[in-house]
Design a protein around this ligand. Sequence first.
Ligand code: UN1
Length: 512
Amino acid sequence: FAADDAVIARGPAVLAREAFSAMGLDFPLTRKGELTVRTPVDGSQIGTMTPETAASTKAAIENAVSAFQQWRAVPAPIRGELIRRFGNLCREHKEALSCLVTLDCGKTLDEARGEVQEVIDICDFAVGLSRQLHGLSIATERPNHRMAETWHPLGVFAQISAFNFPVAVWSWGTMIALTCGNAAIWKPSEKSLLSASACAGLLARACADFPQAPKHLHQILVGGGDVGAQLAADPRVALISATGSTKMGRSVSSTVAARLGRSILELGGNNAAIITPSANRDLVLRGVTFSAAGTSGQRCTSMRRLIVHESVHDELVAQLKRAFGQLRVGNPLEPGVHAGPLIDLPAMDMFNAALDQARAEGGVVHGGQRLLAEEYPDAAYLAPALVEMPSQTPIVHTETFGPILYVMRYRDIEEAIAMNNAVPQGLSSAIFTDNMREAELFTSSLGSDCGIANVNIGTSGAEIGGAFGGEKETGGGRASGSDTWKAYMRRATNTINYSTDLPLAQGVRFDA
Ligand code: UN1
């Protein structure tokens, strides 16, 4: 399968069908469902799907509970073998999956390949992890006793994912959760159902070919916020991971908290880079342009604020205006395109409203105009906007999911760090500097308050090996690599007495 010119010319609906058939999967879309599936590439309708009902969602949770009871008994390295097989299917069908990612969310084919690569990478990570779910052994104060930690599967895991990373973020949670012995349910964004259906189909194939995998080990639930709310409310869902808006996260989190359940939240970002006088200008131009305009500013990690030292501000703004102007915005299936459309026309309205507010707050907007409106009247192609702001006004404190970069000045590094930290969100951040003291300060406890703090790279494009997530309104959750697996398991502390005596802890005496 290859998305060559001939395939692209046949249009998104044909391309979507061809991608599914190349993977040997049934085309999941029908004609008469209630949920319309569109592609942002040209705004056209690809088909429809039927959303879950409250009853079918309930049944899915029940099925997941019984799948969990079987899966938790399968040794972890064997669970890892299932993930290895799924990862290999993603390798085999990388091109077709990438095409569906592009059709779903409008990111360029090259970025879509990067996203599918993240899925493959987390599978590799999870396979290794399947032999490393180890706990501590701890010194005990009592003679002839042993104290240790054991880690056990948690239960039913549910993942609510967003349109902008329609498969990678699901895989970060679900591959780890399955490796840890949980059963999984996936509620993908109703705006990105093609790639979600394909990934679920490939995982179902891996499960069907794997005798130890129980039925319903992984289930995909198509639907809107009501399905997500039902998952959040059900006490049989032991852990829920949600990626998306702060508004959605607040609602999931309060519902889960009310039943004392567990959640992992990855919500809004409002990511800044500090540009110091010593920064390597070439790195700055490339790093800032990719993070701000790449994926049309629709990553949680997209760069939205630039905090520039006053001595280099004017020159850098001029250079960035030129760099933004040279970017090719167009059909994301075509080679050589840097950025595709926004997800839909309402997203374009929000983009325009943010620029209007920025102007009203004293901003000077460069770029930001609509592009390709005649060719694609139902799609939202936009020139990335660079906005010079007098200060961090209210609009600068707000995450707008689109290519807007607000530029402000600073005088000293402490002021720049305070500006970085002044917004309600705390996902990603960066400093560009060749000054070791500035770099170390930024990554120290006195520096950036974000979950990701980078030096001399942009705010976006994290690798799967690290823990991904952020502080404050970003929700505090961590997913992907490092030791995030601990959130997907329950920890037991075991104290084992191998003596014939019964010494009590803390020297307590209780002689009957
Ligand atoms: C997201 O936008 O929700 O770090 C995830 C990055 C990507 C993942 C972004 N690896 O930009």
